[in-house]
Design a protein around this ligand. Structure first.
Ligand SMILES: O=C([O-])[C@@H](O)[C@@H](O)[C@H](O)[C@@H](O)C(=O)[O-]
Ligand SMILES: [Mg+2]
Length: 418
């Protein structure tokens, strides 16, 4: 099964003004769709970030991978590593430091996912079976809440409404639970002074008793603030995610707060694991195949976490259905992924490059798609529309901070901020 063609298509889709420690989401979110075509006419799909620097590397690598067999992912990885070189991308800072190793893993990931899609189709099995088979039939996701404005400045309000205080956050949670059936909740914090976010968690705890809650300020707090907030929220959180920057800071907080700490910021490549484990900095790692080098490498990281007693959850950035399918196959095959995964899917409000039907939420969980490979098909009309949006939207790289400064010129994304 030799790769004969690779198509790389950047797309843009509408995104609401979601607030975070870096600023606010722009009106358009970007992704890149990768299609591999083999000599036998099979196609495989992958999805990755859409920022221009990353897109250029994905395009360069696409040329370098034509002619390889879809089974030879080690060879592919070596070619991607040689092509990416020392380039580092991922500069918004919400997924931790950018390293050379992580950049290679980020570029490699969509090609690996597309190879697995093809291998599953050729073998007549779903991708989950290539990862060891399912340990669950449906993957639970959490309601991923964001503080947000009613709409982008100068535009009509969106249907999700404003959420700038505890009442708005509770209302948003109720909407997400009504529409998707979620049974756990994550609040993106690091937006308002910590006491306001404590109040929001308390309001959620009261409104949804027994529902597991997490709070993620993306390292916006100092060690002392993190310890204070952690102690005040004793009994209210399933885990606290990235309260403070870096492994030593997280280790100090972990030793002084009652709940587990989770991360998608201080441990983002394999080289971070030994230090974090030795320091006791984290209890839960958020896997993300988009930057952990695809599905098989993520499965290896998951096994390593099992060995060292770390629990697993899953991280997300704004994404489309190819990613949701890949995340679902990975999580379905990972025994120690015991926390509900994050997804931004509800915020996309039905916009997608995959044909409807294969992916759906039932009781807050996505059943593993039933077809072979990833089990999703590209909707070529939707792809064309979203590519056109990409060409016209004027956004070439995610930059929440610069967009925020248009409306709040003094805004700082300094971490820690409080
Ligand atoms: O979409 C966002 O604004 C999130 O803040 C995202 O970029 C983070 O990477 C993420 O979801 C997280 O858990 O840190
Ligand atoms: Mg996080």
């Amino acid at each position: 099964m030799i790769i004969r063609q690779i198509h790389v298509t950047p797309v843009a889709f509408k995104d609401p003004p979601l607030l975070n420690a870096a600023g606010v989401h722009e009106p358009w979110a970007l992704r890149t769709i990768v299609e591999l075509v083999t000599d036998e006419g099979l196609t495989g799909l992958g999805e990755t970030y859409g920022d221009l620097g990353h897109l250029s590397k994905v395009r360069e690598c696409a040329q370098a991978l034509v002619g390889l067999d879809v089974h030879h992912t080690n060879q592919m990885y070596a070619r991607v590593a040689a092509t990416v070189g020392d380039a580092v991308s991922d500069l918004h800072g919400l997924t931790g430091v950018a390293t050379k190793e992580k950049s290679i893993d980020r570029v490699f990931s969509p090609f690996e996912v597309a190879c697995l899609d093809i291998r599953g189709k050729a073998a007549g099995v779903p991708v989950v079976d290539l990862l060891g088979g399912r340990v669950r039939d449906a993957v639970p996701y959490s309601a991923y809440l964001f503080y947000k404005w009613a709409g982008h400045p100068g535009q009509e309000p969106d249907r999700f409404g404003e959420a700038l205080d505890p009442a708005g956050i509770v209302e948003q949670a109720a909407l997400f639970i009504k529409e998707h059936g979620f049974t756990s909740i994550k609040l993106k914090g690091g937006v308002f002074p910590p006491d306001e976010e404590i109040e929001a968690i308390r309001a959620l705890h009261e409104a949804f008793p027994g529902v597991p809650l997490r709070l993620d300020p993306n390292a916006a707090w100092s060690i002392e603030t993190s310890v204070r907030v952690g102690r005040e929220l004793e009994g209210a959180l399933e885990y606290l995610e990235d309260p403070t920057p870096d492994i030593p800071g997280m280790a100090e907080v972990a030793a002084r707060v009652p709940m587990p700490l989770a991360t998608n910021m201080c441990v983002v490549t394999p080289e971070h694991l030994p230090e974090a484990i030795a320091a006791g900095a984290i209890d839960v790692l958020l896997l993300d195949h988009h930057y952990w080098g695809g599905l098989q490498r993520s499965a290896q990281v998951a096994a390593l976490c099992g060995t060292f007693g770390l629990e697993l959850s899953m991280h997300s950035n704004s994404h489309l259905g190819i990613s949701l399918a890949a995340m679902t196959h990975l999580a379905a095959a990972t025994p120690n992924l015991t926390h509900a995964c994050d997804t931004h899917t509800p915020w996309q409000d039905g916009q997608d490059v995959v044909a409807p039907g294969a992916l759906r939420f039932e009781g807050g969980a996505v059943p593993v798609p039933s077809g072979t490979g990833l089990g999703v098909e590209l909707d070529r009309d939707a792809l064309a529309v979203m590519h056109e949006q990409y060409r016209k939207c004027g956004v070439t790289a995610r930059d929440d901070t610069t967009y925020m400064r248009r409306f709040q010129p003094g805004f700082t994304a300094r971490r820690p901020r409080w």
